[in-house]
Design a protein around this ligand. Structure first.
Ligand SMILES: [Zn+2]
Length: 117
């Protein structure tokens, strides 16, 4: 399942950040999944539950999934057209291009960082 490999590379990035900040735990990880990213959020969440156990630092991490709306734009006049419209530009009739919504991105993470007093 490709959600597993996505989660693995996500967690690698998270743990890298956690190490860089001397964090002892990751509280939460927020990702944004576009509707055209080809990622099943349920499968992604299940994969996360499994994979986070591999490190003590991420074992308690909560996954927060934000969804993103698709955005289309016209390559001719650059106007942005929302979903639900026709697939060509209303002003120049050019076929629209998907400009957002096909990505999976790491938005933010909350780390437990011990105070260095
Ligand atoms: Zn146009």
């Amino acid at each position: 399942m490709h959600e597993y490999s996505l989660v693995q590379s996500l967690l690698e990035r998270v743990l890298e950040q956690a190490r860089a900040h001397d964090a002892t735990a990751v509280h939460s990880v927020t990702v944004r999944i576009g509707p055209a990213a080809g990622v099943e959020p349920d499968l992604f969440a299940t994969a996360f539950e499994h994979c986070r156990q591999r490190s003590r630092v991420s074992a308690e991490a909560e996954l927060i999934i934000l969804s993103e709306n698709e955005r289309w734009s016209c390559p001719m006049c650059q106007s942005e057209i929302g979903r639900g419209h026709q697939l060509s530009c209303p002003s120049c009739d050019w076929p629209l291009r998907l400009t957002a919504g096909d990505a999976l991105s790491l938005e933010r993470m909350e780390l437990e960082v011990p105070n260095h007093v």
